[in-house]
Design a protein around this ligand. Structure first.
Ligand SMILES: CC(C)(COP(=O)(O)OP(=O)(O)OC[C@H]1O[C@@H](n2cnc3c(N)ncnc32)[C@H](O)[C@@H]1OP(=O)(O)O)[C@@H](O)C(=O)NCCC(=O)NCCS
Length: 177
């Protein structure tokens, strides 16, 4: 069962995320970042202990990002990752956002959940705001994946500014490789 969070959950969320960050699978998160983004998070509890987390961040009227998806290693392969992503999908539906994206190394997992690989350049510039904190920003090897929710109507608001080519900030240079 997935639930929304309180400030008491932050140390455990950080522990799970950073255990994977140490293996280079995701970005480290500080307490400051987690408190600020806490309202985006859902967590999975088993026997009173948090065993996984996910965040859904709204990027624009037509796009939300699935972030900080992590399952405690001892609980992997039990359907918790799927439950967390489906919670994020339901959040996107509730918010009426018709498209979800993820930047990930777990292509096969996200494909099972209805996501497809897209060219990074098709995502708006705003998506790359976290990349300035990423040690791999000059050689980003994450895969961009998108899932469209056909039952959610597009708001017809103007799309987010696209990712320009040739702009001299590190992450955008890496996109041009
Ligand atoms: C990726 C991750 C969230 C998956 O969580 P999980 O709870 O082990 O996944 P689930 O048990 O819900 O798996 C759902 C389905 O995906 C499959 N799957 C899970 N991990 C997979 C992988 N690495 N490659 C291929 N398929 C995978 C499962 O076999 C299952 O398939 P099924 O429904 O046909 O049986 C987890 O391994 C994790 O925390 N990884 C480290 C952090 C990370 O990489 N996060 C992603 C950042 S975007």
């Amino acid at each position: 069962m997935i639930r929304t969070t309180t400030i008491f959950d932050v140390p455990r969320i950080q522990e799970i995320i950073n255990s994977h960050a140490e293996l280079g699978k995701m970005l480290f998160k500080s307490y400051a970042q987690l408190y600020e983004d806490l309202r985006d998070f859902g967590v999975c509890e088993r026997d009173g202990q948090i065993v996984g987390c996910v965040a859904l961040t709204v990027i624009w009227a037509d796009l939300a990002e699935v972030r900080s998806l992590a399952v405690d290693n001892r609980f992997r392969g039990q359907g918790i990752g799927r439950e967390l992503v489906e919670w994020a999908v339901e959040e996107a539906r509730r918010l009426r956002v018709p498209r979800l994206m993820s930047l990930t190394y777990e292509q096969a997992f996200f494909e099972k959940l209805g996501f497809s690989v897209v060219a990074k350049e098709t995502l708006p510039l705003k998506v790359w705001s976290d990349c300035v904190r990423c040690p791999k920003r000059d050689g980003c090897d994450e895969i961009a994946m998108v899932r469209v929710l056909p039952d959610v109507a597009d708001s017809n608001q103007p799309p987010a500014p696209p990712t320009p080519r040739g702009v001299s900030i590190p992450v955008l240079e890496s996109l041009d490789e």
